[in-house]
Design a protein around this ligand. Structure first.
Ligand code: SAT
Ligand code: MN
Length: 607
């Protein structure tokens, strides 16, 4: 197909010649029937969603229950991020480090160019100008995603700032944007009918941090396809942040307001599907305390002029895990999606055109499951996929903090690291200092969830919850964290804590109720920052005495709380070889300070 034959190529709304050339080059390579420059308007959303409904890819939900909202079900083999098909392509293998799949950039580009050749035949190629973070940031963090998926266009409208306003910024910025190329890899021959969820068995999610490019092929799902999210805002941005001296982290941003109206912002890192969205929209159970949301997944943190660390949420929407979300666990997420303007992926459809998933209130007697089968309470299969998602605008969140779009971000008082651990890790512990806190993050571990394919339940080290999202060498990343701390005024740095809401008792049940009750744990952390709360020094850090936690009105036996807070030296001694093994894996680039921390821990444990 020649360029001239591609309708829309000259309808570019930008004057950025470099961008127009790139779009032309990709159209020549992929051979779509048409090129459409997205403007981000509501009319465009209507066009996209109508087209998807017509194609059988979207079901329009009941307008009374979920206005302007749609359900999509994916191919059963395209339901999560594919870590084994995710690549960091740096010139030198060390650049990607031992935790990422590495392929030489030239080799990867050659392989993928073959795949991309003619891959958009019979489809429309969309050009999506987008911005991660506020448009008035200095500098605005721009991107352009080329995709042949209408689902991606609709999702990007919710998840990013996209369209005409971004074009104005692109016009001024030459090549200062991240080039994101995506195809589902399912060309259509003349007369061939499309499927509801086109994708390809061959999948590549490739990143080129040195040239700030992302090439994705074969998957239409979430983090594999909405390239502004994990690919840009974490993998590429972490590499940029390393070069420029800031942090791009897999963290929610929460605003806590005390009864005395004192405000503290907390950033918290947990692996995917460990309750970040729930914590981000926390409804405190302690009287007088309030919480507001700044972000639920990603934090970009830079030092402000006052020497404090300020966090910005680069996203515009939530891509939350549906199962387990309900009016009790996350009423604010429910209120957000209830207003509509949302997409649901791989959840079940009720007979009256609403959505349902495991854990949601209601007692449906009949559903259409995510695989399109009849479902009744007797069915032995789940109605919704465990990694099914809602995609919904942050602006609809009833507790969104008014400053959520402040280009300067919000000053962070505390950083929480946490994972899902049945044993060993106490409810909360406070680090001795920044370096020890970095060690806590670097050695974080968690049982695997459905957010990635494979390995469910297995304990793995997931440093700072960044294992699948780091765009460079993990040893250099730890050193970067240390350097960030060294360059700062120690008094102004956030205090670092390590939490575990998921510890189990001997009967196998959770020791701590979690959700809104986590406000009690956060309150202790804030009071530590203010120098008001008591703690006991243990081998792993400062842990609250049960009396130091506000337990008033909490319906949990004190023995369970005590068990949740326990630091058992024997359990921790058993953890040492696992940390040792992890550090072996990090290899030569492990900072000596991290090894020093491990040795200090060993000494304190008397091991
Ligand atoms: O699919 S995503 O990577 O966007 C979601 C997640 O794993 O957190
Ligand atoms: Mn995430």
């Amino acid at each position: 197909m020649t360029t001239a034959a591609v309708r829309g190529i000259d309808a570019a709304t930008t004057t950025n010649a470099q961008l127009i050339d790139w779009v032309r080059e990709i159209a020549d390579l992929t051979g779509p029937d048409e090129v459409v420059w997205c403007d981000g308007s509501d009319a465009e959303w209507d066009r996209m969603t109508s087209r998807l409904v017509e194609a059988g890819s979207f079901v329009k939900l009941n307008e009374k229950k979920k206005p302007n909202s749609f359900l999509a079900v994916s191919d059963p083999d395209d339901v999560a991020r594919v870590e084994e098909r995710t690549f960091i392509c740096t010139a030198d293998e060390t650049g990607a480090g031992p935790t990422n799949n590495w392929v030489d950039p030239a080799e990867m580009k050659s392989t993928m160019t073959q795949l991309y050749r003619g891959c958009m035949r019979g489809r429309t190629m969309y050009v999506i100008p987008f911005c991660m973070g506020p448009l008035d940031a200095n500098p605005p963090m721009l991107g352009v995603e080329i995709t042949d998926s209408e689902y991606v266009v609709a999702s990007m409208k919710i998840m990013t700032r996209m369209g005409t306003d971004v074009v104005k910024l692109l016009d001024e910025r030459g090549d200062q944007y991240v080039k994101c190329l995506h195809s589902v890899g399912a060309p259509l021959e003349e007369g061939q009918a499309d499927v509801a969820w086109p994708c390809n068995d061959t999948k590549y999610i490739s990143h080129f941090p040195e040239t700030r490019e992302i090439w994705s092929y074969g998957s239409g799902y979430g983090g594999n396809a909405l390239l502004g999210k994990k690919c840009y805002a974490l993998r590429i941005a972490s590499a940029i942040a390393h070069d420029e001296g800031w942090l791009a982290e897999h963290m929610l941003i929460l605003k806590l307001i005390s009864p005395a109206d004192e405000v503290h912002y907390v950033a918290a890192a947990f692996p995917s599907a460990c309750g970040k969205t729930n914590l981000a929209m926390l409804q405190p159970t302690i009287p007088g305390w309030r919480a507001e949301t700044v972000g639920d997944d990603i934090a970009w943190m830079r030092f402000g002029e006052d020497g404090r660390l300020y966090a910005v949420n680069p996203e515009f929407g939530f891509f939350g895990v549906a199962p387990g979300t309900n009016w009790k666990t996350n009423p604010n997420a429910m209120r957000t999606i209830e207003q509509g303007n949302s997409l649901f992926t791989n959840v079940a459809l009720t007979d009256d055109g609403d959505v349902w998933w495991e854990g949601l209130e209601g007692d449906p007697q009949h559903l259409t499951s995510w695989t399109g089968e009849d479902w009744t309470p007797d069915s032995d299969k789940k109605a919704a996929h465990p990694n099914s998602r809602y995609t919904t605008p942050i602006s609809q969140c009833p507790v969104v903090a008014p400053e959520w779009q402040d280009p300067n971000g919000v000053p962070i008082s505390a950083i929480l690291f946490g994972g899902r651990r049945k044993t060993t890790v106490p409810l909360i512990s406070e680090s001795r200092d920044w370096q020890h806190g970095t060690f806590m993050g670097a050695t974080m571990s968690s049982e695997m969830t459905a957010a990635a394919k494979g390995g469910l339940g297995q304990v793995r080290r997931d440093p700072m919850a960044m294992l699948p999202f780091l765009g460079y060498n993990v040893g250099h990343y730890f050193q970067h964290w240390i350097n960030v701390g060294k360059g700062a005024d120690a008094d102004k740095l956030p205090k670092i804590f390590y939490v575990n809401w998921f510890r189990r008792g001997e009967d196998g049940g959770f020791l701590w109720p979690g959700f809104g009750e986590n406000s009690r744990v956060l309150k202790w952390a804030i009071e530590r920052i203010e120098g008001k709360a008591a703690a006991e020094e243990t081998a792993i850090g400062y842990v609250p005495t049960p009396e130091a936690l506000d337990l008033e009105g909490l319906d949990v036996p004190l023995a369970d709380v005590e068990a949740a807070l326990t630091v058992d030296p024997e359990e921790w001694k058993a953890e040492l070889p696992l940390i040792e093994e992890w550090f072996e894996k990090v290899g030569d680039n492990l900072p000596t300070s991290m090894r020093d921390e491990l040795e200090a821990l060993r000494l304190r444990l008397g091991a």
